[in-house]
Design a protein around this ligand. Structure first.
Ligand code: 4LI
Ligand code: NI
Length: 186
């Protein structure tokens, strides 16, 4: 079982590496690891499990965050419009994106970052993502709002990018051009 002890924190070089493509079909070990990543997210959102094992809640996790430089991400959340996303993806790729941007008015957090980094993180408002799921099926997702933000945050990890790299250094709460808040109350 993955716990916070397995989560690599900022400063570790793996978080700045461009992760390797997973050669398809993925190995049983790769599928097992991605399943465990997804299970971490599920456990972290379960109050009893989170308390018992000291899990910080998350909705997304990328393989570099457990020290593995491979293009694998897991997500587990319900979007504003009640759409559920609970999946592992190998080699996720943003095929296209909107010009319009969005951001969380609350800012973003990351399991690999043990501090609050205030500011708006500009993200594309709409993206199309392709990847391969845990069953080996190719999937194509059209995402907007919160879902688009979560996938972009996780895919960034595969390219060595941290959420705060996107925050305006001079004016962290400057509303990005072309942007509307994605907002969600939690
Ligand atoms: C408990 C049980 C307020 C502050 C609101 C908590 C179940 C921030 C938001 C959760 C913020 C769940 C989240 C992310 C933010 C903030 C991630 C709480 C878990 C909200 C997820 C990857 C950015 C994703 C919305 C500095 C660990 N997650 N909140 N950002 N939730 N969660 N991110 N922002 N301000 N990070 O962090 O999983 S994309 Cl579900
Ligand atoms: Ni992160």
């Amino acid at each position: 079982m993955i716990t916070m002890d397995d989560i690599v924190r900022e400063g570790h070089p793996v978080l700045r590496q461009v992760a390797d493509e997973v050669s398809l079909p993925p190995s049983e070990e790769e599928k097992h690891t991605l399943t465990e990543m997804l299970q971490y997210l599920i456990n972290s959102q379960d109050e009893e499990m989170a308390e018992k094992y000291n899990l910080r809640p998350g909705v997304g996790l990328a393989a570099p965050q457990i020290g593995l430089s491979k293009r694998m991400i897991a997500v587990h959340f319900t979007d504003f419009d009640e759409q559920e996303y609970s999946m592992g993806l190998f080699n996720p790729k943003i095929m296209s994106h909107s010009v319009e941007k969005t951001y969380l008015s609350t800012g973003e957090g990351c399991l690999s970052v043990d501090r609050d980094v205030p500011g708006y993180v500009p993200r594309y408002a709409r993206i199309t993502v392709k990847g391969t799921d845990l069953n080996g099926n190719e999937v194509k997702l059209r995402l907007k709002g919160y879902a688009a933000i979560v996938f972009q945050h996780e895919i960034d990890h595969l390219n060595g990018i941290m959420f705060y790299d996107h925050i305006n250094k001079e004016d962290p709460f400057n509303v990005p051009e072309n942007a509307k808040p994605a907002d969600r109350e939690e």
